[in-house]
Each structure stands twice: as structure tokens, then as C-alpha cells.
Design a protein around this ligand. Structure first.
Ligand SMILES: *Cc1c(COP(=O)(O)O)cnc(C)c1O
Length: 392
């Protein structure tokens, strides 16, 4: 027996259970169409909501900055100094979001790992939506605080949990996803804010799928609900609608200053590269210049969802461009995804444990990069496969 035999057994177990992750290889730039495993397919998978991942202005900005400033930041910012590009990005993000201050991280994941442990510790409690993203859950665990889950998108359940538990703890935090990535539903943030205000508890929202999607010109969920100044901390990512990479925490200036002093992924890990930071700045320029891409994203999403319903598909409870196509059991969703790929559509199946048992689905990610003609091709493929497999 070798020390790692157990790992091979675990991997074999995943394969037997149909849960082994087979990752496809993309051989083209991001866009409406991709070359995947040698085949040209319609892209219904990526979080490239606005088509910015390969936008010429953004590519040009990254190239220009690289020529001028090189690539790597070469050390942790707090130890070896920070580049003006990263400072400029933080100022521009704060202005874009309409908040006092912002700090950037390597990713949305590390932004959550940094933020939650600086706000609460062992003597404290976190009230967390039952369906929150893995990075929120990991951030909560790292903090050492007691984690109490409330029912998904249910401010009444949140209120009940707070009432029953708050007095046993020193401080508290409420944390929720803004847009839930599996169903595309939106947190009822105005009602959650009322609960946070009633008990005077810190409120944090992770706006990863709202940034560049919700609100005026993509300013996010706080703008969408007109809650400026009321949500203490907004976490976001530049890896989805912004089309680049990197995380951001935006909000109250004192909290942002505290993160610069105590956020561990800030203190012990380097920043994003020069071309990343420059590309993010160019993405903000595009978003501030015009709402055209965000408008296109929403008109595409409305068109696709309405046509899917007409075809007889169940697209769940989504309120955003995330379009789940509910299929029930995981093997059916996997077969559906394979058949779609055969007719030239790249759309992934999601099953347990990513989504609950019996709620397997294909998740279609609509983008401003899609032309109506692309969406029509996708609809035709869904119709063909849906009829073949007896779903519609
Ligand atoms: C995608 C996502 C993240 C992670 O963002 P990265 O920048 O890719 O690390 C964090 N939170 C939520 C809710 C997400 O959907």
C-alpha cells in the first residue's frame, strides 16, 4: 500500500458515481463561438457577460500597459510598495460603485477569504444564506465565528435566527450572494437591509454575478435596489462581466482601511499583474462610456428565455441572464449536454452536489457577445435535443 493509494481510490469512486470533472480544452479566444476540443461550438458556458474578455480596447490597454510597466508586480504590496495602476484601479472602482473606498485582490475568492475574518472572529456569529457561494462559506469558516444558515432568500428566517441567537455573541455579520449563480435569482436586499438595520448588524453582499449586469450601466445589486450607503461591504470580481481577473471589496472607508492592515490575502500574496489591472481599468472606461453592452445583455437574455418557454422548457426562477434549463436527474442533464455538443452547442450540465438532488440542469449563460442569429441557432439545438430526449 502506498501513502497515496487512497487518493486513487477516491478518484475512481468519483468516476463510478459520474461525478468526475472532465475539463474541456478551449483553443480559441473567448466570444460567442469557441473552438473546444477541436470543434467550433456556440458558447453558452462562460461568465463573459459583456463580451469583454477579448474586447479590442481592453486587449490594447493591456498591451500598452505591459510595454510601459512590464508584467509582474514583483512582491506583496504592503512590503515592497504598490504600483500606481492598482491604486488608480481602486479609486475608479470606488467611483464606479458609488462607495467611499475600494481595495483589490487576486480574485473574488480571495476577496471573500480576506474580508470575513477581518470583520468577525471566535466570539462572533455570521448569519449566512443557505445557498451562499463556496468562497463565502470558506471565508466564514476561516473566521472562526459561529455560522448560522438562514433559509435561502428568506428575510423572515434571517430575522428569526438573529432573534434566537444574537444575544450569545459579541458581534455579528449578515452575508449573502447578490445573484445566486445556479438559479439566477436575486437576493431580496432591501428586506435583508431592514433586518440588518433593526438589529444594527454589519451587512455584506457578494455581487460577483451582479457586477456589470445589474443596476445602471452594470453598477451592481446595490445600485439596482438604490441602497447606496446602506450595505457596509460589497465583494465583487473582475473575472466575470469585466472579462479579466481579480477581486474587489468596496464600501465603507474604515472597513477598506482595516482590510489593508489585516486582510491576509492582501498582506501575504501579490497583486494581479500589470496587464490585468490595465485591462480592468479599460473595462470600467467602457462601462462608464455607455450602457449599450449591458442593455444588449438584457435584451438577449429576455429573448432567449421567452423563446425557451415557448418551446416548452422550464427555465426555473431566474431573474437575470443566467438561464437554468431544469431537467431533473443528473444522467439526463449530462446526456442533454453531450447531445448539444454534438450539434455544436457548448452548455454544461450541473448536478448534485452543485445543485440539489433531482434538480439537475443545463445552465445557459447569455452574453452581449451573442447575436440574435447565434441565439436562434442555440434555440434550434435545444429544440432538436429536447424532442429527441422527450423533454419537450
Ligand atoms: C465566481 C464567484 C466568486 C469567485 O470569483 P473569482 O474572481 O473567479 O475568484 C466569488 N463569489 C461568487 C458569488 C461567485 O459567483
Amino acid at each position: 500500500m502506498s501513502k497515496i493509494d487512497w487518493i486513487q481510490q477516491e478518484i475512481d469512486g468519483l468516476k463510478q458515481a459520474g461525478l468526475y470533472n472532465r475539463i474541456r480544452t478551449i483553443e480559441s479566444p473567448q466570444g460567442a463561438w469557441l473552438t473546444v476540443d477541436g470543434k467550433k461550438v456556440l458558447n453558452f458556458c462562460s461568465n463573459n457577460y459583456l463580451g469583454l474578455a477579448n474586447h479590442p480596447d481592453i486587449v490594447a490597454a493591456a498591451q500598452k500597459a505591459t510595454q510601459a510597466m512590464g508584467v509582474g508586480p514583483a512582491a506583496v504590496r504592503s512590503i515592497a510598495g504598490t504600483m500606481n495602476l492598482h491604486i488608480e484601479l481602486e479609486k475608479r472602482l470606488a467611483a464606479f460603485k458609488g462607495v467611499e473606498a475600494a481595495i483589490t485582490f487576486q480574485s473574488g475568492f480571495t476577496a471573500n477569504l480576506a474580508t470575513i475574518p477581518v470583520l468577525v472572529g471566535k466570539e462572533d456569529v455570521i448569519f449566512s444564506d443557505r445557498l451562499n457561494h463556496a468562497s463565502i462559506i470558506d471565508g466564514c469558516r476561516l473566521s472562526g465565528a459561529k455560522i448560522i444558515a438562514y433559509e435561502h432568500n428568506d428575510p423572515k428566517s434571517l430575522d428569526e435566527q438573529i432573534k434566537a441567537n444574537l444575544s450569545q455573541f459579541r458581534r455579528a455579520l449578515i452575508v449573502t450572494d447578490g445573484v445566486f449563480s445556479m438559479d439566477g435569482d436575486i437576493a431580496p436586499l432591501p428586506d435583508i437591509y431592514e433586518v440588518a438595520k433593526k438589529y444594527d448588524i454589519l451587512l455584506m453582499v457578494d455581487d460577483a454575478h451582479g457586477e456589470g449586469v445589474l443596476g445602471n450601466g452594470g453598477r451592481g445589486i446595490v445600485d439596482h435596489f438604490g441602497l447606496h450607503g446602506k450595505v457596509d461591504v460589497e465583494v465583487g470580481t473582475m473575472s466575470k462581466a469585466f472579462g479579466v481577473v481579480g477581486g474587489v471589496v468596496a464600501g465603507n472607508a474604515t472597513i477598506i482601511e482595516w482590510l489593508r492592515q489585516r486582510g491576509r490575502p492582501f498582506l501575504f500574496s501579490s497583486a494581479v499583474t500589470v496587464p490585468d489591472a490595465a485591462a480592468c481599468l479599460a473595462a470600467i472606461d467602457l462601462l462608464e462610456d455607455s450602457t449599450q453592452l449591458v442593455d444588449k445583455l438584457w435584451s438577449n437574455a429576455k429573448y432567449f428565455k421567452a423563446e425557451m418557454k415557448t418551446l416548452g422548457f422550464n427555465t426555473g426562477v431566474s431573474e437575470t441572464p443566467i438561464t437554468p434549463v431544469m431537467l431533473g436527474e443528473a444522467p439526463l442533464a449530462q446526456q442533454f449536454s453531450r447531445e448539444l455538443f454534438d450539434v455544436g452547442v457548448f452548455a454544461m450540465a450541473l448536478g448534485f452536489p452543485t445543485v440539489p438532488q433531482g434538480k439537475a440542469r443545463i445552465r445557459v449563460m447569455i452574453s452581449a457577445a451573442h447575436a440574435i442569429d447565434d441565439l436562434d441557432k442555440g434555440l434550434e439545438a435545444f429544440q432538436t435535443v429536447g424532442k429527441k430526449l422527450g423533454v419537450i
